[in-house]
Design a protein around this ligand. Sequence first.
Ligand code: TXA
Ligand code: MG
Length: 327
Amino acid sequence: MINTIVVDEKSDDFSLHIDMASQLLLESEVVIFPTETVYGIGAVYSDELAVKKIYNVKGRPSDNPLIVHVSSLDMALELISDDFDKELFLKLAEAFWPGPLSMIVKKSDLVPHFVTGGLDTVAIRMPRNRVALELIKRVGKPLAAPSANISGLPSGTRRDHLIADFNKKLQYIFTSDMLPIGLESTVLDLSAEPIMILRPGAVTKTDISRVTAFPVGIYKSKKEFVPKSPGLKYKHYSPNALVYMLPENYKFQGFELLQSDLGVKGSDVYYLDYKDSNSMAQNLYADFRLADKLGYKYVAVKPCVDDELGLAALNRLIKACENKEDL
Ligand code: TXA
Ligand code: MG
């Protein structure tokens, strides 16, 4: 059994622990670190043993590729194939990095297939978080990192989620105060024509379209097609409780009526009423996990979508509801 060390960003020994953790990363260990979106569970991207550890500890299917995190543009450029047109990539990196935008590009030979789920493309992002950037810099190599959660559960956004999922399974967990966004990064596929958002996030369609100077679409997964992003076909973001989405204008008139509206008379329902998009993005996953912890079988969410971040949060909520069909 491993004795997990949990280090807060404000801890006095922070630098010392970053040194030790970067050394461990170079010795094929995995480390959890905060980003501005959700926590990541990272390993050196080119280390097969370490990358396999990530898949194992998460229980993640091996065809679901990982995002490779960098701390500089030079580090990113090494990962991209020479014959890939980098103009748009550079413009978008200039506009949004460090930040919550992962860009899918044609990979260079440096990027092994075990990190891309066998694809010839790679998703790259530079996170906007001091701990993440420092760790990558110290290691001197990009870190492959999916969201820190057991596969299928909501992404980890709070310290106690990481402890619940990974305590005694790895050596280091770095934590920050509240992560500012709370939802995973926007995934933008630059490797296909037309370029397309595969996963909406805090860098929005409007933000991206402003830089590209043409309107960028959001990919809609249809059941009959092979999903563009392998991750889209897996169960995602959902608690064990069944999630119901209420209309935005739902008028709550007591639990009895809510239960009867949902058709679950007599069962306790965990009711979530968000007042704005920001708080929905920041709290959705934590609230899902809390519902499970408190033993609820049903969660009812009244969403609030007042901007494009709200649309990204709504996308996760809809997926959490879709998972009902799989049960
Ligand atoms: O905010 C985030 O993106 C967080 C933090 C830790 O950076 N990471 C994250 O990683 O959410 P993950 O693995 O949970 O989600 C990555 C998504 C998956 O749906 C995966 O299938 C997709 O990105 N993806 C990664 N590489 C891809 C590629 N080459 N082609 C298509 N989809 C890809
Ligand atoms: Mg994930």
